[in-house]
Design a protein around this ligand. Structure first.
Ligand code: ATP
Ligand code: MG
Length: 365
């Protein structure tokens, strides 16, 4: 899979930009605040029509404009696709593939898959469980549409149940439907746990191997999926996960009513990480943190390739800082499969790698 070319019109600081990319490594360099991350963001947008940092389309459209477009030519599954995203202020966005309008953004993930690493991803190791759940959710959604459906349904139910638990004292009749919500949440939740457990089961050994290669065999990264305490076997059949979730809900019923919040379910899951047996969240150094976050992403990329037979486009934003020379060398020389776009502020070490593009003030120089 590769992005052959892209045109940006009214996207972030790009007013009229076009560029073509090499099928291998592409180095995007320039000074701070010139548009390097914006360019990766636009490419990331091609998979699933979402940005890793904008909260809405409004942020993506250039300040002085009412609309913005991303147009890209992509090779995937031995075919060529023309993808167009039209963003407009105060109107719904339009997504087209080969000039045919898509019904949902999820249809795009069947065409382009990207794995992005950006400095914010250090939070994967250092922040709370929410970041790691978001990582799992985003990755599995790209691979399994059914997971995306179950996730959306679970969140809807969770919102509703949270409101019931918040308001039941004022309005006790709400409790009549609480059981129905528990039942539906356990059904959707069992699917989430099933998919997450299988995904982590494959991710963990890959990430550990990458961390070893990255660190010259010095570091052992251990990942483990942590879910609702009563679930005996997250890898087992969904019916038994469902029963275990029901048992947990029953034993937490009183506590949930008292706490007025939803205490039981996979919305509290975590993907715990240790380096050499120590919890990475507390003890990893800056370089180790970056290495581990990147190992997770590179492992995710391998799982995509296993699953689809194609390497997703790898977007590496500002990945080299804080890494020592050996680890930088790993990033620059060991990732040799699939298309890679990497941003940096200097090119001393990068010139022999592949296509080099200089970006200045939203233009290709
Ligand atoms: P750094 O090396 O510091 O990470 P960068 O090249 O990655 O820099 P970007 O994050 O791509 O920089 O941002 C470039 C510029 O784009 C910023 O100065 C920002 O103000 C501008 N920008 C962001 N959103 C918009 C927008 N909607 N319209 C116009 N300009 C924008
Ligand atoms: Mg940047």
């Amino acid at each position: 899979m590769r992005v052959c070319s892209i045109c940006l019109d009214g996207f972030r600081n790009y007013t009229n930009f076009s560029a073509s990319f090499d099928p291998g490594v592409n180095v995007i360099w320039g000074e701070n605040a010139q548009g390097k991350t914006n360019l990766l963001e636009a490419i990331g947008f091609l998979s699933g029509a979402r940005s890793h940092r904008a909260r809405g389309d409004r942020e993506l459209i250039s300040f002085q404009r009412d609309q913005g477009t991303i147009t890209a030519q992509v090779d995937s599954r031995d075919r060529t696709f023309l993808i167009e995203a039209q963003l407009a202020r105060g109107r719904r966005r339009k997504l087209l593939v080969n000039r045919v309008k898509l019904k949902t953004a999820a249809e795009l993930t069947g065409i382009v898959q990207t794995v992005l690493f950006c400095p914010e991803d250090l939070a994967l190791i250092k922040s709370g469980a929410a970041e790691r759940r978001a990582f799992l959710d985003h990755a599995i959604c790209q691979l399994r549409p059914r997971y995306g459906e179950a996730l959306a349904q679970y969140h809807k139910l969770l919102d509703h149940k949270t409101r019931i638990l918040r308001d039941w004292e004022k309005n006790p009749s709400l409790l009549e439907v609480l059981e129905d919500f528990n039942e539906a949440m356990a059904r959707a939740g069992a699917l989430l746990i099933h998919y997450r457990a299988h995904f982590v089961g494959k991710l963990a050994p890959r990430a550990a191997q990458i961390q070893r290669d990255f660190s010259g065999d010095r570091e052992e990264l251990t990942l483990s999926y942590q879910t609702v305490g009563t679930v005996r076997n997250p890898l087992g059949p969904t019916v038994s996960i469902y029963e275990d979730l029901r048992a947990h809900q029953d034993s937490h019923r009183r506590a949930e009513l008292e706490a007025r919040s939803c205490l039981s379910g996979p919305h509290k899951d975590d993907l715990a990480a240790w380096i050499d047996g120590q919890p990475a969240r507390q003890f990893a150094s800056q370089g180790q943190t970056r290495t581990a976050a990147l190992s997770l992403k590179l492992a995710e990329r391998e799982l995509f390739e296993d699953d689809t037979g194609q390497w997703p486009v790898l977007l590496l934003d500002d990945v080299l800082s804080e890494l020592d020379a050996k680890r930088q060398d790993f990033v620059l020389n060991q990732i040799r499969t699939g298309q890679v776009l990497i941003t940096c502020c200097e090119t001393d070490r990068l010139t022999e790698l592949g296509k080099v593009m200089l970006i200045r003030d939203g233009e290709l120089i």
